[in-house]
Design a protein around this ligand. Structure first.
Ligand code: GMT
Length: 374
């Protein structure tokens, strides 16, 4: 197949899934054309069958606001026409599904391109519910030839919130369980925890829905019971507030802000537990990558997290905001080696058995065939 993929190229779960999907499809012999404003950050090496088309936006003074949605649609038209694409798979509804709709209308005399939209979460739960955007999001979803969502939860939310009758296919996030596998930690662990402290890890884009400050409050409780550190990976709007909270709680020597990082698997392998206390989470790819490295996860009970996790087996689930309970669970696992080892093995097994790329990629391929068949 000849497949176009559009995603946000920067750090973020939807871009990771789109890029890894494109790489796997290319390895299977499909021709994949990425269309975005920058090279996706996980597309670091040359891969046969992968092509990148950069969207450039005009800077003409009259255009006070960037015309990205239109520039993207124009680039999609070019790529659909001149590369003879069979389908275009857009990740994140806004504005990608809208640009794709426009492109499809423009090429319809000459191409029967099919548009597939994958919903990732905040496009539906936050941005999409902005009253000014909701009509556009509903329309773009309904006009897509196929729609997938990354969890049953997200599918339900979409159907209910937007009163959509279209069928939505649930295809969960996936992980490369060879790249993200349990490995003996190297020198980095000695650097992060020189005195053998236990390491709690969190990675996110530091947006308010992630409740990163809860991870610091959890550490504050756990650190009273055992020597530990908290490693925070990523960056975003809440980082300054988190740094302020560390100063207020006198935890600066126990919280390590690493900022945005590549080589996530190596860092995860230094950790003992992964924390994801989000207020909203359609799936939780960051937690899946941690589980794949054998880290038990302590999460909130929101969104798709209960579909990823198995409470009391791969980690623990608590009400969002209940930092005392999350801390209690962390202490329980970090002070009971036998239980810890069982949970760690369970977390790894669940990642391998349910969410390995070899299980999920064929689901996308099958869905593509169904939509093209229609
Ligand atoms: O987590 C984010 O806010 C980034 C966002 C994205 O679109 O890049 O992630 C969403 O998509 C991921 C991949 O499908 C999911 O694993 C995340 O759960 C989801 N984030 C939220 O729902 C908050």
């Amino acid at each position: 197949m000849k497949i176009g993929i559009t995603c946000y190229p920067t750090y973020g779960g939807s871009g990771v899934i789109a890029t890894e999907l494109g790489k796997e499809l290319a390895l299977k012999g499909h021709e994949v054309h990425f269309v975005s404003y920058a090279l996706p950050f996980r597309l670091t090496h040359f891969v046969e069958n992968i092509f990148f088309h950069e969207v450039e936006t005009s800077t003409y003074p009259l255009f006070e606001f960037s015309l990205y949605t239109l520039a993207l649609a124009s680039k999609m038209v070019e790529v659909i026409r001149y590369e003879n694409l069979d389908l275009f798979h857009v990740h994140y509804a806004i504005p990608h599904a809208t640009s794709a709709y426009l492109a499809k209308q423009i090429v319809k005399e000459k191409s029967d391109i099919k548009i597939i939209t994958t919903l990732h979460g905040t496009d539906i739960s936050l941005v999409g519910l902005e009253p000014s955007f909701s009509h556009l999001v509903k329309f773009s979803i309904e006009q897509s030839d196929g729609v997938t969502a990354v969890s049953r939860y997200l599918k339900g939310q979409t159907l209910t919130n937007y009163k959509i009758e279209k069928d939505i296919c649930v295809i969960p996030n996936f992980v490369d369980t060879e790249t993200f596998s349990p490995q003996a930690p190297g020198q980095l662990k000695k650097h992060l925890a020189p005195n053998g402290e236990k390491i709690l890890i969190h990675t996110s884009n530091f947006r308010p829905v992630k409740r990163v400050s809860d991870t610091i409050k959890i550490l504050n409780i756990v650190a009273k019971e055992l020597p530990c550190k908290l490693v925070l990976i990523g960056d975003g709007p809440d980082r300054s507030e988190c740094e302020r909270l560390c100063r207020e709680l006198d935890l600066c020597d126990k919280v390590i802000f690493l900022g945005k990082q590549d080589g996530l698997a190596e860092i995860l392998n230094c950790g003992d537990l992964f924390l994801i206390p989000s207020q909203s989470e359609s799936f939780g790819l960051a937690a899946l990558e941690a589980m794949s490295c054998g880290l038990p996860v302590i999460s909130s009970s929101v969104g798709g997290l209960p579909e990823l996790m198995s409470h009391n087996e791969t980690g623990y689930i608590a009400e969002f905001g209940d930092v005392e309970r999350m801390a209690k669970y962390a202490i329980e696992l970090l002070t009971n080696e036998k239980k810890y080892q069982t949970f760690s093995a369970n977390a790894r097994a669940r990642a391998v058995e349910k969410f390995d790329k070899s299980i999920i990629i064929p689901q996308y391929e099958q869905y593509y065939k169904e939509i093209l068949g229609n």
